[in-house]
Design a protein around this ligand. Structure first.
Ligand code: NAP
Length: 254
């Protein structure tokens, strides 16, 4: 796929946090927001080199970025992350809750720790980051929050009871928080990718998933980032809140 559309600079002077910005969809999102002129916080858990590479790519585009480690499933680390951003830049305009993991196995084999790890990051992490950042956005009376859910949270997927429960939870959370924050002009939306080619899905390609994708191919991280960029940066997205939008090649047609 070609590079993202030209640099429109609609987020010039704005600060965006992308959780799990070091790889995959988060990386593509960090680059897409930087193309809009945003200063980007590239959060990561352990792959510091990947995060540093994303920062270098953003700087080469002429935008500012910083790589900040934090396990966003942990309340204290989320507080530290957001405090560090506030100390450095004093504002947060965009939050993309992207960090996520899978611990796939069928229900009867699923250990409580497989369940808990996925709920802790994919659902509680979204709550912790949104709570920390919404305090700032409420004072600013502006902000855009995009939560990454999944088609698995809409239609279920064998082997992903933990993951689909967390992702369905993200949808309910998004709608509730959208209602709570709407009076201050803050939008909260969810993006539901289908099968996107990243490290997360690298081992799943043999599983005959293509037959369930009407467009007949896997998606690219840049195609998800394009919608996130629209929701975060486009003036036309200011009147969109509480929505779940799919980027899935037609896997889910509600
Ligand atoms: P990925 O390539 O595996 O990247 C995951 C990212 O999350 C990495 O940057 C990773 O950081 C970060 N991360 C992991 N644990 C973390 C933690 N505890 N705290 C902070 N960051 C953490 O995944 P992806 O495919 O891009 O997925 C991104 C999001 O899209 C996830 O929420 C996923 O559930 C969702 N999604 C993906 C697909 C798909 O087909 N790929 C489909 C639907 C939804 P490190 O680099 O430090 O490990």
């Amino acid at each position: 796929m070609e590079a993202l559309p030209t640099n429109l600079q609609r987020l010039q002077g704005n600060v965006a946090i992308v959780t799990g910005g070091s790889r995959g969809i988060g990386r593509a999102t960090a680059l897409a927001l930087a193309a809009e002129g945003a200063t980007v916080v590239v959060n990561y858990a352990s792959s510091r080199e990947s995060a540093d590479r994303v920062v270098a790519e953003i700087e080469a585009m002429g935008s500012q970025a910083i790589a900040l480690p934090a396990d966003v499933s942990k309340a204290d680390q989320v507080e530290e992350l957001v405090n560090a951003v506030m100390e450095k830049w004093g504002q947060v305009d965009v939050l993309v809750n992207n960090a996520g993991i899978t611990r796939d196995t069928l229900l009867l084999r699923m250990k409580p720790e497989d369940w808990q790890a996925v709920i802790d990051l994919n659902l509680t992490g979204v709550f912790l980051c949104t709570r920390a950042v919404s305090k700032i956005m409420l004072k600013q009376r502006s902000g855009r929050i995009v939560n990454i859910t999944s088609v698995a949270g809409q239609m279920g997927n064998p082997g992903q009871a933990n993951y689909s429960a967390a992702k369905a939870g993200v949808i309910g959370f998004t709608k509730t928080v959208a209602k709570e924050l709407a009076t201050r002009g803050i939008t909260v939306n969810a993006v539901a990718p289908g099968f996107i080619e990243t490290d997360m899905t690298a081992d799943l390609k043999a599983e005959g998933i293509l037959q369930f994708i009407p467009l007949g191919r896997y998606g690219k991280p840049e195609e998800v980032a394009g919608l996130i960029r629209f929701l975060a940066a486009d003036p036309a997205a200011a009147y969109i809140t509480g929505q779940v939008m799919n980027v899935d090649g037609g896997m889910v047609m509600a």
